[in-house]
Write a protein that binds this ligand. Structure first.
Ligand SMILES: [Mn+2]
Length: 252
């Protein structure tokens, strides 16, 4: 079985290499990843410039492909036959920083998994919390276990699993929770500066987001040192509102 390993932190990220090493025990791995960091790039498609792909040597001596497009471009290229056979599974990560609640709409890590689902191929997105010292071992091991399960048990082609793993040694992780998306609280702040020509420019700055750690959510699982697995589908329809809107009897 062919498995595409990609990420949004870029081909040089240690998280990608840890993931690739672990997934190599599951199937025939191909690595196609962006040539630089695209964190928070969301689900994008490059349409107005060509995409360049370079064969590169990874730190473990194997070959991979670096692409100057987005994470979702990397997945699209793979689905369209770049680097041979179409993958049966896409695993994206291991991202440096959690992807919880509404983060998934910003996340390039999750967007890569979404692009896979758009192509009818199941996917896993894997992230670990930002920490002074990055820890990928437990996340890589769990991603490999989950990949093996997905490939052997069959999985809906329209679903992805968003996985967040605490930055702890495996024996300190307090289990695995199947969760729903929680509510992130963003604390963005507008930062205005002046360029050398006296014109204003802006940063969207501020503190790290917090979140509502309601039981059963991904935020709650991580707050309790547990691995969070959230099943995600691409249907963003607000189903309860359909009936309410019908009641409005809208007409032109
Ligand atoms: Mn990232």
């Amino acid at each position: 079985m062919r498995v595409l390993v990609t990420n949004d932190d870029g081909i040089d990220s240690e998280g990608l290499i840890s993931l690739k090493r672990a997934i190599a025990a599951v199937g025939d791995v191909v690595v196609i990843a962006p040539d630089h960091n695209w964190s928070a790039a969301g689900h994008t498609k490059t349409m107005h410039k060509p995409l360049r792909v370079t064969k590169v040597t990874l730190p473990d001596g194997d070959h991979g492909f670096a692409c100057d497009g987005t994470p979702s471009d990397c997945v699209a290229l793979s689905m369209l036959g770049l680097a041979g056979e179409r993958p049966s599974l896409v695993v994206s990560g291991i991202n440096k920083g959690v992807n919880l609640g509404g983060d998934i709409t910003y996340s390039g890590t999750v967007a890569a998994a979404m692009e896979s689902v758009v192509n009818g191929v199941p996917a896993i997105a894997v992230s670990v919390p930002a920490f002074r010292e990055w820890r990928f071992e437990a996340a890589a091991e769990f991603a490999a276990k989950l990949s093996r399960l997905l490939l052997s048990t069959g999985f809906p082609p329209d679903a992805l699993l968003n996985v967040n793993v605490p930055a702890l040694p495996a024996d300190e992780i307090q289990g695995v929770e199947i969760t729903r998306l929680g509510k992130r609280i963003y604390r963005d702040r507008l930062i205005e500066r002046q360029d050398p020509f006296g014109r204003s420019y802006y940063w969207i700055g501020g503190d790290e987001p917090t979140g509502n750690a309601e039981e059963g959510t991904d935020i709650w699982a991580l707050a309790n040192n547990r691995i969070s697995v959230t099943p995600i589908h691409m249907d963003l329809t607000n189903h309860p509102l359909i009936e309410q809107l019908k009641g409005w009897k809208l007409a032109l």
